[in-house]
Structure formats: C-alpha cells, structure tokens
Design a protein around this ligand. Structure first.
Ligand SMILES: N[C@@H](CCC(=O)N[C@@H](CS)C(=O)NCC(=O)O)C(=O)O
Length: 218
C-alpha cells in the first residue's frame, strides 16, 4: 500500500489514516506531497501527479484501489483488516465512535482556523468565543465517551479510529496552551489528550515531523 501525505508537522488530515495504518501493522510506503508552497495550485498539481483524484492528501493506494479522504481511508482499513480492531466489536461503541469521528471530520471550524496544527509550536493563544465553544464541546464529548466506555481510550480499552481523529486536536491543545480545566474538564479529558500524545504511533509521526529537513533547517 502507498499513502500520499502532507508535511507531518502540519497535516492533520494525513496523520489520521497514517496512525490507523501503523495500528494495523501492514507495510506501506509514504509519498510526501509538500504543503504550503507558493500557491495552493502547486500543491494540487503535485498531489494530482502522484495520483490524488482531488488534488488533496491523504490518499491511499492499495493495488488497483485508490481511496481519498481521511475518514474513508480509515473505514476502508477497518474493513480490510478486521482483526486490527480499528472499531470496537460493540455496535453501540462503534456507532458513537463513528459519530465522534464524523463530528471532528466536519466540525470545529473555528478551532481549526484559529489553531492550525504545528507540531513545533508551544505558545499560548487567546481564543475567540467560537473556538472556546469548540473546546467546551470537545471536552464534554471526551468526558462522556470516557465515562461511558471506561477509557483509557474514547471507546474503551482499544485505540480506535475515533482516537486517530482526535490526536491532532490533542496536539493543538498542547501547542496553543489550552487548559481543558477552563472548559469543564475534571481531569479526565486532559489525561486522555496526554495519553494520545504518548502512543507509539503518534510519537513515531512526531519524530518524522521534527526530523524533516524543512522543519530542522528553518
Ligand atoms: N476532507 C479531506 C481534506 C483533505 C485536505 O484538506 N487536505 C489538505 C492537506 S492537510 C490538502 O491537501 N490541501 C492542499 C489543497 O487543498 O490544495 C480529508 O479528510 O482527507
């Protein structure tokens, strides 16, 4: 399999299926499409030349199959590698996990716009009320799922696609100095965010981001 990804330091969309692939343990190659070029057209041209139907990344190529969009790729992997448990066996946990991943996929526009992922950043930011609302909602969602399924991950004992979707969010909270206790956390959401950033998969992604020549040499 081949995964087209953007720069690891910035590309939240690429991180999710990459983490899912690492979790599955199947071999794959990475093709890096550099983001933040002079013009976004240049990104599209490079991604299209590498086989992206939309000119965006991530894209998974598996033999004759090409799957674009981070959530669709994760779902494809869950079906292709059922033993990896990317979704839990319990249908309720699975349904709520899908709802949480979809909420992330389609939502939190304010947080996304105001706090773009940058794995090198460690500087507190003043958040707008709209972003604060996003953070409050994420804390409530995490607390609810952690209570319902008992943790340590969102849907219980096993790391799932829902956790893949929220790992970039956890990096944003760390980068922008967001204290979850200011947004209704009793400690469990903060502990969960730290846990996501301690998984071997995430740490490998971060090492890749920080040793990239584009980051190292700036
Ligand atoms: N909904 C898509 C979004 C993909 C996306 O926005 N990718 C960004 C990189 S993180 C991209 O390719 N940007 C380049 C462009 O739009 O020109 C997904 O989940 O895969």
């Amino acid at each position: 399999m081949e995964l087209l990804i953007g720069d690891k330091v910035w590309s939240t969309w690429s991180m999710r299926p990459w983490l899912a692939l690492k979790h599955v343990g199947a071999p794959f190659t990475e093709t890096l499409i550099r983001l933040r070029r002079e013009t976004s057209d240049e990104v599209r041209v490079a991604a299209t030349a590498a086989g992206s139907p939309t000119g965006q990344v991530p894209v998974l190529k598996d033999g004759a199959v090409t799957v674009w969009d981070s959530l669709a790729i994760c779902e494809y992997l869950a079906e292709r590698f059922p033993a990896a448990g990317l979704w839990p066996a319990d249908p309720v946990a699975r349904a709520l996990g899908r709802a949480a991943a979809a909420e992330m996929h389609a939502g939190y526009a304010s947080l996304r716009g105001e706090c773009p992922m940058d794995l090198t950043r460690r500087e507190a930011a003043r958040l707008t009320p709209a972003t604060e609302d996003n953070v409050r909602r994420i804390v409530a969602l995490w607390r609810d799922l952690l209570t319902k399924f008992g943790g340590p991950f969102l849907l219980g004992t096993g790391w799932s696609i829902a956790d893949a979707f929220f790992t970039p969010v956890a990096t944003r909270f760390r980068s922008y100095g967001v204290h979850l206790s200011d947004f209704g956390d009793d400690g469990s959401a903060g502990a969960y965010a730290s846990r996501l950033l301690e998984t071997p998969g995430y740490l490998e992604w971060e090492r890749g981001a920080l040793t990239d020549e584009r980051v190292r040499d700036r």
